[in-house]
Design a protein around this ligand. Structure first.
Ligand code: ZN
Length: 142
């Protein structure tokens, strides 16, 4: 009789432990699933945020280009960059004597010639007085 109740008690303890282990395993599983779900949501949010930042950078870049083009248009012609504007100004300065010789105020001397090349706009500046031509194309912005 003693031995029998002992084995029943041991069986009950084993069953209790099995149930506890199962409960623990379920909790661990749920925790992992929860963590994976949260990680997924976080990754999605991070990806969305990254796209927003990339879009902002693109917009800012486009706006900057528009501002630069606007400024260049009012400066001389539709020059491709600040570098071309610099080269143009340098050419104008060097051909100032030609202009002085003609006694012309204002006008387009030297003037800018531009043509499309398929990959960008090539820019040549020409002095109408002495005939000098200079390619000031800044192809780095193409
Ligand atoms: Zn000249």
């Amino acid at each position: 009789m003693e031995g029998n109740s002992e084995s029943i008690r041991r069986g009950w303890v084993m069953e209790h432990r099995r149930k506890e282990a199962k409960k623990l395993a379920t909790e661990i599983f749920d925790t992992i699933m929860d963590a994976e779900e949260r990680a997924g949501v976080a990754a999605e949010r991070a990806s969305k945020k990254r796209k927003e930042i990339e879009r902002d950078i693109r917009n800012e870049h486009d706006a900057e280009n528009r501002r630069l083009k606007e400024r260049l248009r009012f400066s001389v012609a539709e020059l491709n960059s600040e570098k071309e504007l610099e080269a143009y100004r340098d050419f104008v300065k060097r051909h100032e004597p030609c202009r002085m010789g003609l006694r012309i105020n204002g006008g387009k001397i030297p003037y800018v010639m531009q043509y499309g090349t398929g990959i960008g706009i090539a820019t040549t500046v020409v002095c109408q007085v002495c005939g000098a031509k200079e390619d000031i194309t800044d192809s780095s912005v193409w």
